[in-house]
Ligand binder design. Structure first.
Ligand code: CTP
Ligand code: CA
Length: 222
């Protein structure tokens, strides 16, 4: 890790990045999950490292390659991600790009659920902790800058703006992930950065470009 550190505008800053989906077990062979490649989160972590930051990268089981030069923490479920995030604090800034499953199966089965003639299994759900809201609303040790994401398919700006206020984060990086945009699973992103100053739409560009500009903005804000 030390060898990979570079001097830059974020030297001496410790930054948390969450990334990827979470997997919520149903039984030992099944889970529910969100769709997330982890590509944007990995790119953000690498861009922050390139600016000199010490990065704690907490990731669910994502397909994307792991970023280099970070403290890597791999988790499966939202509850594990919450725990890992708490252990990573304090940080100067936190970027929550993970697609966290909103619900988990209330009581996952220890043994494989079998098909039976008695009919379909009844799954009951419990709500997962909101990691972004928890960190945004910390009374003690809140990061100076908290950045959330909002992947929406409808009313992107209105939903994302409301999300920023509801959760209490500083910035929201909003994007339209409707199937026709081709953004989910692709190498490009078209985002709008929402802050207290308003909404700023960036042109569609590569996920590594989005990450680089975001890292520069973070450096400026810290
Ligand atoms: N997030 C989180 N923990 C959760 C859910 C979401 O940290 N349990 C974070 C995500 O990483 C993202 C932001 O919150 O940065 C917004 O996630 P999103 O799913 O869009 O928001 P929700 O409040 O879950 O609303 P929705 O009903 O639209 O899913
Ligand atoms: Ca959600």
């Amino acid at each position: 890790i030390e060898g990979a550190m570079k001097a830059g505008p974020l030297t001496g800053r410790r930054i948390l990045v969450t990334s990827g989906p979470t997997h919520e077990p149903i039984d030992p062979v099944r889970y529910i999950a969100n769709r997330s490649s982890g590509a944007q989160g990995t790119a953000i972590a690498e861009a922050l490292v390139a600016q000199g930051a010490e990065v704690v990268f907490v990731t669910g089981p994502a397909d994307a390659a792991r970023p280099r030069g970070v403290h890597l923490v791999e988790v499966q479920s939202a509850q594990e991600m919450m725990q890992a995030v708490q252990e990573a604090l304090p940080v100067d800034a936190a970027v929550f790009s993970a697609a966290v499953a909103d619900w988990r199966v209330a009581s996952a089965s220890d043994s494989k659920i079998k098909k039976t003639k008695q009919g379909l299994p009844k799954l009951e759900f419990a709500e997962n902790p909101d990691i972004l809201a928890t960190v945004s609303q910390l009374q003690n040790g809140r990061p100076k800058l908290v950045v959330g994401f909002a992947a929406e398919t409808d009313d992107v700006l209105a939903n994302a703006t409301a999300k920023r206020t509801r959760k209490g984060c500083d910035w929201i990086v909003a994007n339209d992930v409707s199937p026709e945009t081709g953004i989910m699973g692709g190498s490009e992103n078209a985002v709008t950065l929402i802050s207290e100053d308003g909404a700023e739409s960036w042109p569609r560009m590569g996920k590594t470009e989005v990450a680089k500009i975001l890292a520069e903005r973070i450096a400026k804000a810290l």
